[in-house]
Design a protein around this ligand. Structure first.
Ligand code: GLA
Length: 415
């Protein structure tokens, strides 16, 4: 699909601006050069054929005391009782501060006995008994990012991977703090090989914040890679990350996904309209859907946003394409994502501060050639018909998300 040059420039500028915030000058040139390279082969561990879905405590708790065994078990319970498991959420993931700062006498990582008195193996058993999976966290450095300086896995890759596998861990988020200035790719490759050598399928979520153009090398090594710095629970942060991630559509594929960071839906810093935009754009970009709010106190509205089956189906579509920007006129942004059934998922996002009308066409979204089209609004569930033009009214910071299906077969060569 062609990207209008203005939009392309804007998206690349966003990526480079994001990188500029994170790295010193030299990496920018590298990022731009590598952005034109062909995507590499996907990592061959059979996992994340569609983007991973789950929970991670970080956005809600950081290293606060409420991050503990009771919380994690409570989230697993709610995954089942509130319909998240049925909606596709599977991984219950622990972030930083699950372990003590120091290793034990044998050099093993030690779960914090105050937070996790039963240990991680028992927690994994609890989560597995519910038909869910457990994720863990470490850093490709000497210590994690927390102020407490918890041991990282640099130089301990195989020992740590073996320990996690022995506990029944199914997922690793691997951060980038305290990396001693060692090249990024070999540090992440070492852990990828260690995970593989355990013989246990462990989803590998690379988190180096987009600093070394990971989309060019990480598809060979891991199942997803963060493309930016950390998300915050604000409109500006969320939409800025979306812009950076939108430019990287060509690099996503089954088993290997761009990761614009975890969801903030329900954490209170945005309106529900903005959270629906957040969820719509993450699904349109085939992003991992890792909810980051404490579901034990979530409102019904938060749960409805997180479990909208039509929006999740777009994220999880088996074709595995990330949607791309087809037009961007003055902060009115249209994206299109090809779906396996020949239809398109379309987002029309109003990034302005007042209500606006957004228009596109079936040609622009890449599905021309039929006499008419069924339009289904994936949030309101209303359906309508179009013969070619799509025009919607969108509130400030809102997104209309449509599934556009040709009603008559599309003649070959015209789609
Ligand atoms: C980094 C990561 C975050 C989180 C924290 C934990 O900032 O990008 O997602 O894991 O570390 O300390």
């Amino acid at each position: 699909m062609r990207l209008p040059s203005g939009a392309l420039t804007r998206r690349l500028t966003s990526v480079l601006t994001g990188l500029a915030l994170l790295v010193s000058g030299g990496a920018l040139t590298t990022g731009l050069e590598l952005a034109t390279a062909a995507p590499a082969m996907a990592v061959d561990n059979g996992l994340a054929r569609t983007p991973q879905m789950g929970f991670n405590n970080w956005n809600a708790t950081g290293c606060g005391p409420q991050f503990n065994e009771a919380m994690v078990k409570g989230i697993a319970d709610l995954f089942v009782s509130k319909g998240l498991k049925n909606a596709g959420y599977q991984y219950v993931n622990l972030d930083d501060c699950w372990s003590l700062p120091d290793r034990d006498a044998s050099g093993n990582l030690v779960p914090d006995p105050v937070r996790f008195p039963g240990g991680i193996r028992a927690l994994a058993d609890y989560v597995h008994a519910k038909g869910l999976k457990l994720g863990i966290y470490s850093s490709a450095g000497t210590a994690t990012c927390a102020m407490t300086g918890n041991s990282g896995s640099l130089g301990h890759e195989q020992q740590d991977a073996n320990l996690w596998a022995s506990w029944g861990v199914d997922y690793l988020k691997y951060d980038n703090c305290n990396n001693q200035g060692i090249d990024t790719q070999p540090r992440y490759k070492a852990m990828g090989e260690a995970l593989k050598a355990t013989g246990r399928p462990i989803l590998y979520s690379i988190c180096e914040w987009g600093t070394s153009a990971p989309w060019t090398w990480a598809p060979d090594i891991g199942n997803s890679w963060r493309t930016t710095g950390d998300i915050r629970d604000t409109w500006q942060s969320m939409i800025g990350i979306a812009h950076a991630n939108q430019a990287l559509a060509d690099y996503a594929k089954p088993g290997a996904w761009n990761d614009p960071d975890m969801l903030e839906v329900g954490n209170g810093g945005m309106t529900d309209t903005e959270y629906r935009t957040h969820m719509s754009l993450w699904a349109e970009m085939a992003a991992p859907l890792i909810t980051g709010s404490d579901l034990r106190t979530a409102t019904q509205s938060t749960l409805d946003i997180l479990t909208n089956p039509d929006v999740i189906a777009v994220d999880q579509d088996p074709l595995g394409k990330q949607g791309s920007v087809v037009s961007d006129t003055g902060n009115l942004v249209v994206m299109s994502k090809p779906l396996a059934d020949g239809s398109r998922a379309v987002t029309l996002t109003n990034e302005r501060s007042t209500t606006a009308t957004i228009s596109t066409t079936v040609q622009a979204i890449g599905v021309a050639g039929a006499k008419s089209y069924k339009l289904k609004d994936l949030w309101s569930k209303k359906t309508s018909t179009s013969t070619g033009t799509i025009k919607v009214t969108v509130p400030s910071h809102g997104t209309v998300m449509l599934k556009v299906t040709p009603r008559t077969p599309v003649p070959t060569g015209l789609s």
